[in-house]
Design a protein around this ligand. Structure first.
Ligand code: HEM
Length: 425
């Protein structure tokens, strides 16, 4: 890896573009890079499937969420994504049953209906902000399915709050003494207002809604304190919509760039659905549609990096990792590792048709081990149903000459608005 002096330059780049810097470090130094980070903390960027397997699965007891999650923890507190130990275990036990596969299929009709309603409002032949529309749609689905709340009207302000939060998360990580204390972030200009909006939304959900299965479960389990309830509702609202929206936005961008893949998807949807809305049973009969989503998440994983701190010394697929180190195993880099993925930059959904040839931890859009995404099944069902519902009647085309800038902070998404022209098929 780079020497200490050179590392300072890399860290400077990191604050401006984390994903560009990780990519450049891997291209320069290979798939196991050590960047010195202060006198006591080593930072490892590891991008082989074996690295991910060791850290997230085989030796997962040796790892906790990294210090880089502190700004996120300041906002999400003791919710599933950012808690540890006994608190995490207790929350996971309460929440998990709602996300069991046989249970999740019960949300399918709500998912498809919400998508059909959104599409019904789109004007024909006009460019709209696809990223914003998809965030509204996925927030609407999570709100209805899990919390019995109508949240589509909150989407725009929530989107702005998330932008502020994500920016602060990157900057906050690089400040000396990065903290998980809520009060510190509340005083940051711009961020205080964002947090206020999110708190208000959570309060409206908790107090005003007609229940919703997950909310009732959280309230009635007798396992979750009032403060924890707030953290968990916010965690599920945010983790449950922004990533799915990003994966759909990338998917529509790619379909617009690869017309043959889109033709095949439209054929499949027409044949299987024959003009009606999709159901949970249809999902198994839409292999190409699912392969397109999987391939989009390989190239553009919304959760683009996964990071842990080591409790004790470890040996990670030949790399010696001292206690106290931080390790990043970024899906973004692992998914583009040329030793595992032939033609790694190419969009080839065929990779996900039939028998899978890649090693198990070469593909980890939802992470792995016990901290694996609790909503993975929900997200895949939702994304497939939304994609099929939209593709049944509409096409989204990139506006010619308009580039799609990328942004990666906590999540990897199109930066700002994503103008796409909506056309009725
Ligand atoms: C955790 C990705 C959708 C809720 C995670 C993790 C990843 C991920 C990579 C692990 C993070 C880590 O190990 O540090 C995604 C992607 C999604 C998606 C790519 C969509 C395409 C959802 C949905 C929900 C959800 C729909 C809920 C409705 C959560 C929660 C955790 C989590 C609560 C923390 C789990 C735990 O630590 O116990 N997600 N997710 N996610 N995700 Fe998702």
């Amino acid at each position: 890896g780079p020497g200490a002096f050179e590392a300072v330059r890399w860290w400077g780049r990191m604050a401006r573009s984390p994903i560009g810097t990780y990519g450049a470090l891997a291209r320069r130094y290979g798939d196991a890079v050590r960047v010195p980070f202060g006198p006591n903390r080593a930072f490892f960027l590891l991008s082989r499937p074996e690295h991910a397997e060791r850290i997230l699965v085989a030796n997962q007891d040796n790892y906790v969420k990294a210090f880089t999650y502190r700004p996120l923890r300041a906002v999400l507190g003791d919710g599933l994504l950012t808690s540890e130990g006994e608190t995490w275990r207790r929350h996971r036990r309460v929440v998990q049953p709602v996300f069991a596969q046989r249970h999740v299929v019960g949300f399918a009709s709500q998912m498809a209906e919400t998508a059909a309603q959104a599409v019904g409002r789109w004007p024909d032949g006009v460019a709209l902000d696809a990223a914003g529309e998809l965030r509204r749609l996925t927030l609407g689905i999570v709100g209805r399915a899990l919390f019995g709340s109508e949240l589509e009207g909150e989407a725009e302000r929530t989107g702005r709050a998330l932008e502020a939060l994500q920016r602060a998360a990157v900057v906050g990580t690089f400040l000396p003494g990065a903290t998980a204390k809520r009060g510190v972030y509340q005083r940051v200009p711009g961020l205080g207002g964002a947090m206020k909006h999110l708190d208000g939304m959570v309060q409206r959900v908790v107090k005003g809604s007609s229940g919703g299965e997950l909310l009732n479960l959280l309230k009635e389990s007798g396992q979750i304190s009032e403060a924890e309830l707030r953290d968990e509702v916010l965690t599920l609202l945010l983790a449950g919509h922004e990533t799915t929206a990003a994966s759909l936005a990338w998917t529509f961008m790619l379909l617009s760039k690869y017309p043959a893949a889109r033709d095949r998807l439209e054929d499949e949807v027409d044949k299987v659905l024959g003009g009606r809305e999709p159901t949970a049973e249809d999902v198994e009969r839409l292999p190409w549609t699912k392969a397109v989503l999987s391939e989009a998440m390989r190239l553009y994983p919304p959760a683009w990096t996964i990071e842990r701190d080591a409790l004790e010394d470890d040996e990670v697929a030949g790399v010696r990792v001292p206690a106290g180190s931080t390790i990043a195993v970024p899906p973004y880099l692992i998914h583009r590792n040329a030793e595992v993925w032939p033609n790694p930059e190419g969009f080839q959904p065929e990779r996900f048709m039939g028998e899978q040839a890649h090693p198990r931890y070469a593909y980890l859009p939802f992470g792995g081990g016990r901290r694996i995404c609790v909503g993975a099944g929900f997200a895949m069902l939702e994304a497939t149903l939304v994609l099929a519902t939209i593709a049944r009647t509409h096409r989204l085309d990139l506006v010619p000459g308009v580039a799609v800038p990328v942004r990666a902070e906590i999540t990897f998404r199109p930066a700002g608005v994503l103008p796409m022209r909506v056309v009725r098929r």
